[in-house]
Design a protein around this ligand. Sequence first.
Ligand code: LMR
Length: 396
Amino acid sequence: MFNSLQPLPPDPILGLSAAYRADTNPSKVDLGVGVYKDANGRTPVMRAVKRAEEVLVASQDSKAYVAPTGAAGYNEIVASLLLGNTLKQSLADRRVTVQTPGGCGGLRIAAEFIRQANPDATVWVSDPTWANHIPLLGSAGLQFKQYPYYDYDTHAVKFDEMLECLSKVPKGDLVLLHGCCHNPSGADLTIEQWQAVKEAALAQGFTVFIDLAYQGLGDGLDTDVYGVRLLAESLPELIVVSSCSKNFGLYRERTGALTLICETTEATAAATTLLAAAARANYSMPPDHGAAIVQTIMESPELSSDWDSELREIRDRINSLRALLVARLQIAGVERDFSFIEQEKGMFSFLGVNKDQIQTLIQQYSIYLVGSSRINIASINDDNIDYLVESIKAVL
Ligand code: LMR
């Protein structure tokens, strides 16, 4: 039965990590997968996470099952992070949050929920979007269309075209937005643009679906969810999938959540049963450890304040690396204007080089970047910046 199977190509993002690991060039640089790296090129366990783990090891007295919807305490904490306490309270009867195995698990459960709610729904995704959105949501049977998003010439959101497209999306379809730190472009919506999206959603009646994987890595924990909060308080329905991979550095612990806002209390109660059933049918229940860490941190004033400080250090470092890369390219005499990189947010930007230049960077210079020219800014450090800048200059 298995003899006729053909191997699949490597994953466009995770495949780069394997190629990077196998590369023996001592100057190699990994700008591929979106993980934060410190000045020494390491992805550290955050201080508060380490301390929370010590607390958990000392205090946890059972490994009995959790519920398909996860830990209630964690779910409330996630909802507070997303919505803030006031909005969370005002939406109390219309909101449900369920713990999921990472943001990916949340996206998958959201996809199954959407299929149940409207089997004919089309999900409109940004052009471009995260390379795994369509495989992940599509594997649950959803169909897709694209709305214009990133202008590769101006390095900005082509919002007029985006809005024109959204103003034709019908009720029953979903529009998938990146809550902040757009992956792969780093180009985010402005406050005015979020407001215009809200008006379009109200006028058309489509459902907004937000993927929020980078809260706290752009401008700040609250600033980064301006759009989420605006839509949560204004629209009758909303889906938000969030992740603690990046902002708590819990990547491998698979710690995420799906938050739904429904129009009525009755719809919320029904939706909760569907989410629990989808979780049960897929993985029964989410893994506990990452969520228990988040809960332990956020229930301790001391740990949560330390987490907040370290997250700020991470965010500031990424933003300073953006400025550094732009400045160093300019100092090196590269004529092309890369100043857009400094305006963008989160881990990623497009370098804007072509397919041949990407292949040269990978094969000749051992600089690993995604095939769209997406680079992970958080991988730049004092040891690799000279080599990186010289290599980019050479391929240009
Ligand atoms: C990325 O975009 O690099 C991250 O979200 C990691 C992943 O799973 O692709």
